[in-house]
Design a protein around this ligand. Structure first.
Ligand SMILES: NC(=O)c1ccc[n+]([C@@H]2O[C@H](COP(=O)([O-])OP(=O)(O)OC[C@H]3O[C@@H](n4cnc5c(N)ncnc54)[C@H](O)[C@@H]3O)[C@@H](O)[C@H]2O)c1
Length: 415
Protein backbone atom coordinates (compact mmCIF):
# COMPACT_ATOMS: atom_id res chain seq x y z
CA UNK A 1 0.00 0.00 0.00
CA UNK A 2 1.28 3.47 -0.86
CA UNK A 3 -0.52 5.12 2.06
CA UNK A 4 -1.42 4.27 5.66
CA UNK A 5 -4.61 6.28 5.71
CA UNK A 6 -6.86 8.10 3.24
CA UNK A 7 -9.10 10.94 4.34
CA UNK A 8 -12.11 11.46 2.05
CA UNK A 9 -13.44 15.02 2.39
CA UNK A 10 -10.83 17.66 3.21
CA UNK A 11 -13.16 20.05 5.02
CA UNK A 12 -12.95 21.55 8.49
CA UNK A 13 -12.92 18.06 9.98
CA UNK A 14 -11.02 16.07 7.35
CA UNK A 15 -8.14 18.41 6.58
CA UNK A 16 -6.87 19.00 10.14
CA UNK A 17 -7.27 15.25 10.75
CA UNK A 18 -5.21 14.44 7.64
CA UNK A 19 -2.52 16.88 8.80
CA UNK A 20 -2.56 15.40 12.31
CA UNK A 21 -2.03 11.86 11.01
CA UNK A 22 0.76 13.08 8.74
CA UNK A 23 2.33 14.86 11.71
CA UNK A 24 2.48 11.49 13.47
CA UNK A 25 4.50 10.08 10.58
CA UNK A 26 1.68 8.28 8.72
CA UNK A 27 1.60 8.36 4.94
CA UNK A 28 -1.65 10.21 4.22
CA UNK A 29 -3.72 10.62 1.07
CA UNK A 30 -6.29 13.44 1.13
CA UNK A 31 -9.22 13.12 -1.27
CA UNK A 32 -11.63 15.89 -2.17
CA UNK A 33 -13.85 16.55 -5.18
CA UNK A 34 -13.41 20.32 -4.92
CA UNK A 35 -10.66 21.39 -7.38
CA UNK A 36 -10.21 24.79 -5.72
CA UNK A 37 -9.56 23.16 -2.36
CA UNK A 38 -6.98 20.81 -3.88
CA UNK A 39 -5.30 23.70 -5.72
CA UNK A 40 -5.01 25.66 -2.45
CA UNK A 41 -3.49 22.64 -0.70
CA UNK A 42 -0.99 22.05 -3.51
CA UNK A 43 0.12 25.64 -2.96
CA UNK A 44 0.31 24.85 0.78
CA UNK A 45 -2.46 27.32 1.55
CA UNK A 46 -5.09 26.55 4.22
CA UNK A 47 -8.55 27.15 2.72
CA UNK A 48 -9.97 28.15 6.13
CA UNK A 49 -8.63 29.26 9.49
CA UNK A 50 -7.66 26.60 12.04
CA UNK A 51 -5.09 27.41 14.72
CA UNK A 52 -1.70 25.88 13.88
CA UNK A 53 -2.90 24.16 10.69
CA UNK A 54 -1.08 26.43 8.22
CA UNK A 55 2.26 25.71 9.86
CA UNK A 56 1.49 21.98 9.82
CA UNK A 57 0.45 22.07 6.16
CA UNK A 58 3.78 23.68 5.28
CA UNK A 59 5.72 21.08 7.27
CA UNK A 60 4.12 17.72 6.48
CA UNK A 61 3.67 15.63 3.31
CA UNK A 62 0.12 15.09 2.11
CA UNK A 63 -0.79 13.09 -1.01
CA UNK A 64 -3.78 14.60 -2.83
CA UNK A 65 -6.40 13.22 -5.21
CA UNK A 66 -9.81 14.15 -6.59
CA UNK A 67 -10.86 10.51 -7.07
CA UNK A 68 -12.54 8.73 -4.17
CA UNK A 69 -11.46 5.37 -5.63
CA UNK A 70 -7.83 6.34 -4.98
CA UNK A 71 -8.59 6.17 -1.25
CA UNK A 72 -8.26 2.37 -1.56
CA UNK A 73 -4.48 2.90 -1.86
CA UNK A 74 -4.48 3.04 1.94
CA UNK A 75 -5.43 0.33 4.40
CA UNK A 76 -7.65 2.71 6.40
CA UNK A 77 -10.16 5.02 4.75
CA UNK A 78 -11.70 7.73 6.90
CA UNK A 79 -14.85 9.42 5.59
CA UNK A 80 -15.16 13.08 6.64
CA UNK A 81 -17.71 14.22 4.09
CA UNK A 82 -20.55 16.62 4.97
CA UNK A 83 -23.86 15.18 6.20
CA UNK A 84 -26.47 17.91 5.97
CA UNK A 85 -30.12 17.50 6.88
CA UNK A 86 -33.00 17.69 4.41
CA UNK A 87 -35.83 20.06 5.37
CA UNK A 88 -37.81 16.79 5.62
CA UNK A 89 -36.11 16.27 9.03
CA UNK A 90 -33.96 13.51 7.62
CA UNK A 91 -30.23 13.04 7.18
CA UNK A 92 -29.03 13.84 3.65
CA UNK A 93 -26.72 10.94 2.85
CA UNK A 94 -26.15 11.71 -0.81
CA UNK A 95 -22.48 12.63 -0.54
CA UNK A 96 -21.76 9.65 1.71
CA UNK A 97 -23.63 7.31 -0.65
CA UNK A 98 -21.76 8.69 -3.64
CA UNK A 99 -18.39 8.09 -1.93
CA UNK A 100 -19.49 4.57 -0.91
CA UNK A 101 -20.45 3.77 -4.50
CA UNK A 102 -17.03 4.98 -5.68
CA UNK A 103 -15.34 2.80 -3.07
CA UNK A 104 -17.42 -0.36 -3.57
CA UNK A 105 -15.50 -1.74 -6.57
CA UNK A 106 -12.04 -1.04 -5.11
CA UNK A 107 -12.43 -2.23 -1.52
CA UNK A 108 -10.40 -5.32 -0.67
CA UNK A 109 -10.04 -7.62 2.31
CA UNK A 110 -8.14 -5.88 5.08
CA UNK A 111 -9.56 -2.42 4.35
CA UNK A 112 -11.02 -0.38 7.21
CA UNK A 113 -13.78 2.11 6.37
CA UNK A 114 -14.18 4.57 9.21
CA UNK A 115 -17.04 7.08 9.38
CA UNK A 116 -15.90 10.33 11.00
CA UNK A 117 -18.84 12.35 9.64
CA UNK A 118 -21.73 12.97 12.02
CA UNK A 119 -24.49 10.51 11.16
CA UNK A 120 -28.00 9.48 12.23
CA UNK A 121 -28.31 6.41 14.47
CA UNK A 122 -27.83 3.13 12.56
CA UNK A 123 -25.98 4.72 9.63
CA UNK A 124 -22.77 2.80 10.48
CA UNK A 125 -24.74 -0.47 10.40
CA UNK A 126 -26.24 0.68 7.09
CA UNK A 127 -22.75 1.25 5.66
CA UNK A 128 -21.64 -2.19 6.87
CA UNK A 129 -24.80 -3.75 5.43
CA UNK A 130 -24.25 -1.95 2.10
CA UNK A 131 -20.73 -3.37 1.78
CA UNK A 132 -21.92 -6.85 2.82
CA UNK A 133 -24.85 -6.73 0.41
CA UNK A 134 -22.94 -5.53 -2.63
CA UNK A 135 -19.55 -7.17 -2.06
CA UNK A 136 -20.35 -10.09 0.24
CA UNK A 137 -17.78 -9.04 2.86
CA UNK A 138 -17.96 -10.40 6.39
CA UNK A 139 -17.77 -7.08 8.24
CA UNK A 140 -15.46 -7.20 11.23
CA UNK A 141 -13.49 -10.09 9.70
CA UNK A 142 -12.71 -9.31 6.01
CA UNK A 143 -13.36 -5.57 6.04
CA UNK A 144 -13.72 -3.30 9.07
CA UNK A 145 -16.36 -0.61 9.55
CA UNK A 146 -16.58 1.75 12.52
CA UNK A 147 -17.93 5.12 13.56
CA UNK A 148 -15.28 7.38 15.10
CA UNK A 149 -17.15 10.65 15.65
CA UNK A 150 -15.55 14.08 15.72
CA UNK A 151 -16.34 16.26 18.75
CA UNK A 152 -13.61 18.86 18.43
CA UNK A 153 -14.43 22.59 18.43
CA UNK A 154 -13.35 24.58 15.40
CA UNK A 155 -10.18 26.54 16.16
CA UNK A 156 -9.06 24.08 18.84
CA UNK A 157 -8.52 21.04 16.63
CA UNK A 158 -4.82 20.46 17.14
CA UNK A 159 -5.10 20.89 20.88
CA UNK A 160 -8.21 18.72 21.32
CA UNK A 161 -7.31 15.89 18.92
CA UNK A 162 -4.67 14.76 21.41
CA UNK A 163 -6.82 15.06 24.51
CA UNK A 164 -10.56 14.53 23.90
CA UNK A 165 -11.59 10.91 24.44
CA UNK A 166 -11.89 9.29 21.01
CA UNK A 167 -15.13 7.30 20.79
CA UNK A 168 -14.98 4.19 18.58
CA UNK A 169 -18.02 2.10 17.66
CA UNK A 170 -16.99 -0.89 15.55
CA UNK A 171 -19.22 -3.31 13.61
CA UNK A 172 -18.62 -7.03 14.21
CA UNK A 173 -15.69 -8.72 15.93
CA UNK A 174 -12.60 -6.68 15.16
CA UNK A 175 -13.61 -3.35 13.59
CA UNK A 176 -13.37 -1.42 16.87
CA UNK A 177 -9.90 -2.75 17.58
CA UNK A 178 -8.68 -1.91 14.04
CA UNK A 179 -10.14 1.64 14.19
CA UNK A 180 -8.72 2.16 17.71
CA UNK A 181 -5.25 1.17 16.51
CA UNK A 182 -5.33 3.87 13.82
CA UNK A 183 -6.66 6.67 16.04
CA UNK A 184 -4.50 5.90 19.07
CA UNK A 185 -1.47 7.37 17.26
CA UNK A 186 -3.08 10.77 17.85
CA UNK A 187 -2.57 10.34 21.60
CA UNK A 188 -6.10 10.65 23.01
CA UNK A 189 -7.68 7.87 25.07
CA UNK A 190 -9.76 5.45 22.96
CA UNK A 191 -13.21 4.58 24.28
CA UNK A 192 -14.74 1.51 22.69
CA UNK A 193 -18.51 1.15 22.35
CA UNK A 194 -21.15 -0.03 19.85
CA UNK A 195 -21.74 1.81 16.57
CA UNK A 196 -25.16 3.13 17.55
CA UNK A 197 -23.91 4.33 20.95
CA UNK A 198 -21.07 6.18 19.22
CA UNK A 199 -23.62 7.81 16.87
CA UNK A 200 -25.95 8.73 19.73
CA UNK A 201 -23.08 10.09 21.85
CA UNK A 202 -22.01 12.42 19.04
CA UNK A 203 -25.39 13.82 18.11
CA UNK A 204 -26.47 14.14 21.74
CA UNK A 205 -23.22 15.99 22.56
CA UNK A 206 -24.45 18.64 20.12
CA UNK A 207 -28.11 18.40 21.16
CA UNK A 208 -27.03 19.08 24.74
CA UNK A 209 -25.31 22.30 23.63
CA UNK A 210 -28.16 23.33 21.35
CA UNK A 211 -30.76 22.85 24.10
CA UNK A 212 -28.49 24.42 26.73
CA UNK A 213 -28.42 27.66 24.75
CA UNK A 214 -32.13 27.57 23.84
CA UNK A 215 -32.99 28.07 27.52
CA UNK A 216 -31.27 31.46 28.01
CA UNK A 217 -32.46 32.49 24.54
CA UNK A 218 -36.07 31.73 25.50
CA UNK A 219 -35.52 33.44 28.85
CA UNK A 220 -34.23 36.53 27.01
CA UNK A 221 -37.51 36.68 25.05
CA UNK A 222 -39.55 36.01 28.18
CA UNK A 223 -37.76 38.85 30.01
CA UNK A 224 -38.57 41.28 27.20
CA UNK A 225 -42.29 40.50 27.64
CA UNK A 226 -42.05 41.27 31.34
CA UNK A 227 -39.74 44.26 31.00
CA UNK A 228 -37.14 42.33 32.99
CA UNK A 229 -33.39 42.16 32.53
CA UNK A 230 -32.22 38.72 31.33
CA UNK A 231 -28.67 39.14 32.63
CA UNK A 232 -29.93 40.02 36.11
CA UNK A 233 -32.30 37.04 36.11
CA UNK A 234 -29.48 34.71 35.02
CA UNK A 235 -27.31 36.10 37.80
CA UNK A 236 -30.15 35.51 40.29
CA UNK A 237 -30.46 31.90 39.07
CA UNK A 238 -26.77 31.11 39.18
CA UNK A 239 -25.36 33.18 42.03
CA UNK A 240 -24.14 30.98 44.89
CA UNK A 241 -26.67 28.32 43.88
CA UNK A 242 -25.25 24.80 43.73
CA UNK A 243 -27.77 23.62 41.13
CA UNK A 244 -27.59 26.71 38.86
CA UNK A 245 -25.75 26.83 35.57
CA UNK A 246 -27.99 28.79 33.19
CA UNK A 247 -25.88 29.71 30.13
CA UNK A 248 -25.84 33.15 28.49
CA UNK A 249 -28.03 34.10 25.51
CA UNK A 250 -26.71 34.64 21.99
CA UNK A 251 -27.14 33.64 18.37
CA UNK A 252 -26.96 29.85 18.52
CA UNK A 253 -26.39 28.07 15.23
CA UNK A 254 -23.54 26.88 12.99
CA UNK A 255 -23.36 24.00 10.60
CA UNK A 256 -23.40 21.26 13.27
CA UNK A 257 -25.85 22.49 15.91
CA UNK A 258 -28.43 23.54 13.33
CA UNK A 259 -28.78 20.08 11.80
CA UNK A 260 -27.50 17.36 14.13
CA UNK A 261 -30.67 17.48 16.27
CA UNK A 262 -32.64 16.41 13.17
CA UNK A 263 -30.78 13.09 13.17
CA UNK A 264 -32.53 12.28 16.44
CA UNK A 265 -35.76 14.10 15.62
CA UNK A 266 -36.24 12.03 12.43
CA UNK A 267 -37.53 9.17 14.58
CA UNK A 268 -37.94 10.69 17.99
CA UNK A 269 -40.09 9.03 20.63
CA UNK A 270 -41.00 12.59 21.72
CA UNK A 271 -41.40 14.32 18.37
CA UNK A 272 -41.28 18.08 18.44
CA UNK A 273 -39.20 18.66 21.53
CA UNK A 274 -35.98 19.26 19.63
CA UNK A 275 -37.83 21.11 16.90
CA UNK A 276 -38.98 23.50 19.61
CA UNK A 277 -35.36 23.96 20.71
CA UNK A 278 -34.50 24.68 17.07
CA UNK A 279 -37.36 27.15 16.74
CA UNK A 280 -36.30 29.04 19.86
CA UNK A 281 -32.73 29.44 18.60
CA UNK A 282 -33.89 30.28 15.09
CA UNK A 283 -36.24 32.99 16.36
CA UNK A 284 -33.51 35.05 18.07
CA UNK A 285 -32.74 37.19 14.96
CA UNK A 286 -36.47 38.00 14.59
CA UNK A 287 -36.65 38.83 18.31
CA UNK A 288 -33.71 41.24 17.92
CA UNK A 289 -35.27 42.93 14.89
CA UNK A 290 -38.62 43.31 16.65
CA UNK A 291 -36.83 44.70 19.70
CA UNK A 292 -35.09 47.32 17.54
CA UNK A 293 -38.39 48.33 15.96
CA UNK A 294 -40.06 48.70 19.33
CA UNK A 295 -37.33 51.14 20.36
CA UNK A 296 -36.43 53.10 17.23
CA UNK A 297 -39.56 52.68 15.12
CA UNK A 298 -39.59 51.56 11.52
CA UNK A 299 -36.18 50.45 10.27
CA UNK A 300 -36.85 51.50 6.69
CA UNK A 301 -34.05 53.86 5.66
CA UNK A 302 -32.31 53.54 9.03
CA UNK A 303 -28.71 52.44 9.09
CA UNK A 304 -28.10 49.21 11.02
CA UNK A 305 -24.50 48.10 11.57
CA UNK A 306 -24.16 44.35 12.06
CA UNK A 307 -20.91 43.40 13.78
CA UNK A 308 -20.01 39.79 12.96
CA UNK A 309 -21.05 37.27 10.32
CA UNK A 310 -19.31 34.16 11.66
CA UNK A 311 -21.49 31.66 13.51
CA UNK A 312 -19.40 32.01 16.66
CA UNK A 313 -16.59 34.07 18.12
CA UNK A 314 -13.08 33.72 16.73
CA UNK A 315 -13.95 31.61 13.69
CA UNK A 316 -14.13 32.41 9.97
CA UNK A 317 -16.93 29.84 9.53
CA UNK A 318 -20.11 31.54 8.30
CA UNK A 319 -22.00 28.39 7.43
CA UNK A 320 -25.51 28.41 8.89
CA UNK A 321 -24.72 31.55 10.89
CA UNK A 322 -27.73 33.36 12.32
CA UNK A 323 -25.94 36.65 11.59
CA UNK A 324 -26.78 36.06 7.92
CA UNK A 325 -30.40 35.46 8.87
CA UNK A 326 -30.37 38.69 10.89
CA UNK A 327 -29.04 40.59 7.86
CA UNK A 328 -31.76 39.06 5.64
CA UNK A 329 -34.50 40.04 8.11
CA UNK A 330 -33.13 43.59 8.39
CA UNK A 331 -33.07 43.89 4.61
CA UNK A 332 -36.70 42.80 4.54
CA UNK A 333 -37.41 45.77 6.85
CA UNK A 334 -35.75 47.98 4.18
CA UNK A 335 -32.99 48.95 6.63
CA UNK A 336 -29.64 50.11 5.24
CA UNK A 337 -27.47 47.28 6.51
CA UNK A 338 -23.70 47.63 6.91
CA UNK A 339 -21.73 44.56 7.98
CA UNK A 340 -18.28 44.24 9.49
CA UNK A 341 -16.43 41.01 10.28
CA UNK A 342 -12.62 40.88 10.19
CA UNK A 343 -12.53 37.05 10.19
CA UNK A 344 -14.79 35.84 7.38
CA UNK A 345 -14.13 35.44 3.68
CA UNK A 346 -17.28 37.31 2.61
CA UNK A 347 -16.16 40.88 1.88
CA UNK A 348 -17.47 43.30 4.53
CA UNK A 349 -17.02 46.99 5.36
CA UNK A 350 -14.37 48.21 7.77
CA UNK A 351 -15.44 48.75 11.39
CA UNK A 352 -15.45 52.56 11.13
CA UNK A 353 -17.39 52.54 7.88
CA UNK A 354 -19.99 50.12 9.29
CA UNK A 355 -20.72 52.03 12.50
CA UNK A 356 -20.43 55.51 10.97
CA UNK A 357 -23.75 57.37 11.47
CA UNK A 358 -25.50 54.11 12.37
CA UNK A 359 -28.94 54.30 14.01
CA UNK A 360 -28.51 50.81 15.42
CA UNK A 361 -25.39 48.72 16.10
CA UNK A 362 -25.93 44.97 16.67
CA UNK A 363 -23.26 42.62 17.98
CA UNK A 364 -24.18 39.50 16.03
CA UNK A 365 -20.94 37.62 16.78
CA UNK A 366 -19.02 38.18 20.00
CA UNK A 367 -15.60 38.29 18.34
CA UNK A 368 -13.01 39.34 20.88
CA UNK A 369 -12.12 42.53 19.00
CA UNK A 370 -15.71 43.83 19.31
CA UNK A 371 -15.89 43.31 23.06
CA UNK A 372 -13.54 46.11 24.07
CA UNK A 373 -13.94 49.57 25.61
CA UNK A 374 -12.23 50.96 22.49
CA UNK A 375 -14.86 49.43 20.18
CA UNK A 376 -17.60 50.87 22.40
CA UNK A 377 -15.94 54.31 22.39
CA UNK A 378 -15.75 54.17 18.58
CA UNK A 379 -19.45 53.30 18.37
CA UNK A 380 -20.27 56.13 20.76
CA UNK A 381 -18.28 58.70 18.83
CA UNK A 382 -19.05 57.60 15.26
CA UNK A 383 -22.63 56.31 15.37
CA UNK A 384 -25.57 58.66 15.78
CA UNK A 385 -25.93 60.42 19.11
CA UNK A 386 -29.05 58.38 19.91
CA UNK A 387 -27.77 55.08 18.46
CA UNK A 388 -29.28 51.91 19.87
CA UNK A 389 -26.82 49.15 20.78
CA UNK A 390 -28.11 45.57 20.59
CA UNK A 391 -25.86 43.20 22.50
CA UNK A 392 -27.44 39.79 23.25
CA UNK A 393 -24.00 38.42 24.25
CA UNK A 394 -23.36 41.16 26.78
CA UNK A 395 -20.15 41.69 24.91
CA UNK A 396 -19.71 45.20 26.35
CA UNK A 397 -20.54 44.17 29.91
CA UNK A 398 -23.40 46.67 30.32
CA UNK A 399 -25.86 43.86 31.03
CA UNK A 400 -28.42 45.14 28.50
CA UNK A 401 -29.69 43.42 25.36
CA UNK A 402 -31.06 46.73 24.06
CA UNK A 403 -29.67 50.06 25.29
CA UNK A 404 -28.66 53.40 23.84
CA UNK A 405 -24.93 53.82 23.25
CA UNK A 406 -24.67 56.59 25.89
CA UNK A 407 -26.37 54.30 28.43
CA UNK A 408 -24.06 51.38 27.57
CA UNK A 409 -21.03 53.58 28.00
CA UNK A 410 -22.28 54.98 31.33
CA UNK A 411 -23.10 51.50 32.63
CA UNK A 412 -19.71 50.05 31.66
CA UNK A 413 -17.86 53.06 33.06
CA UNK A 414 -19.73 52.63 36.36
CA UNK A 415 -18.94 48.93 36.69
N1 LIG B 1 -17.16 21.50 11.18
C1 LIG B 1 -17.17 21.01 12.39
O1 LIG B 1 -16.80 21.70 13.32
C2 LIG B 1 -17.60 19.57 12.67
C3 LIG B 1 -17.39 19.07 13.93
C4 LIG B 1 -17.76 17.76 14.20
C5 LIG B 1 -18.33 16.98 13.20
N2 LIG B 1 -18.55 17.49 11.97
C6 LIG B 1 -19.12 16.62 10.94
O2 LIG B 1 -18.07 16.22 10.08
C7 LIG B 1 -18.55 16.10 8.73
C8 LIG B 1 -17.76 17.03 7.84
O3 LIG B 1 -17.96 18.35 8.24
P1 LIG B 1 -17.09 19.55 7.66
O4 LIG B 1 -17.49 20.77 8.42
O5 LIG B 1 -15.65 19.16 7.64
O6 LIG B 1 -17.65 19.62 6.19
P2 LIG B 1 -17.05 20.42 4.95
O7 LIG B 1 -18.21 20.75 4.09
O8 LIG B 1 -16.14 21.52 5.47
O9 LIG B 1 -16.12 19.37 4.24
C9 LIG B 1 -16.59 18.32 3.49
C10 LIG B 1 -15.61 18.15 2.33
O10 LIG B 1 -16.00 16.96 1.64
C11 LIG B 1 -15.87 17.19 0.25
N3 LIG B 1 -16.74 16.21 -0.43
C12 LIG B 1 -18.09 16.15 -0.41
N4 LIG B 1 -18.51 15.10 -1.11
C13 LIG B 1 -17.39 14.46 -1.58
C14 LIG B 1 -17.17 13.32 -2.35
N5 LIG B 1 -18.19 12.57 -2.78
N6 LIG B 1 -15.91 12.99 -2.63
C15 LIG B 1 -14.86 13.72 -2.16
N7 LIG B 1 -15.01 14.81 -1.42
C16 LIG B 1 -16.25 15.18 -1.13
C17 LIG B 1 -16.27 18.63 0.06
O11 LIG B 1 -15.75 19.16 -1.14
C18 LIG B 1 -15.67 19.29 1.32
O12 LIG B 1 -14.38 19.79 1.08
C19 LIG B 1 -20.03 16.41 8.81
O13 LIG B 1 -20.74 15.20 8.98
C20 LIG B 1 -20.16 17.26 10.03
O14 LIG B 1 -21.45 17.20 10.60
C21 LIG B 1 -18.18 18.77 11.68
Amino acid sequence: MRYDVSIVGLGRVGLPLALSFADKGLRVLGVDKDPERLAALREKRMPFAEAGAQELLERVELGLSDRVGDAAEAESIVITIGTPSFSHIEIDMRDIRSALDDLLPVLREGHALLLRSTVAPDTTEFVAGYLAKHRGFDIGEDVFVAHVPERIAAGRFLEEIATLPCIVGGVGERSGEVAGRLFEVLGAPIVQTTPVQAELAKIWTNILRYATFALPNLLMMDCEQHDANVFEVIDLINRDYPRGGMAQPGLTAGTCLRKDFAFSEERSPAPGMLLAVHRVNESVPRFLVDGMKRRVGKLSGKKVAVLGLAFKAGTDDERDSLAHKLVRLLERELADVAVHDPHVQTPTSGFDEAVDAADVVVVATNHREFCTPAALRAIRSQSREDALVVDPWDCFGAGQVFAYAAEVQALTAAS
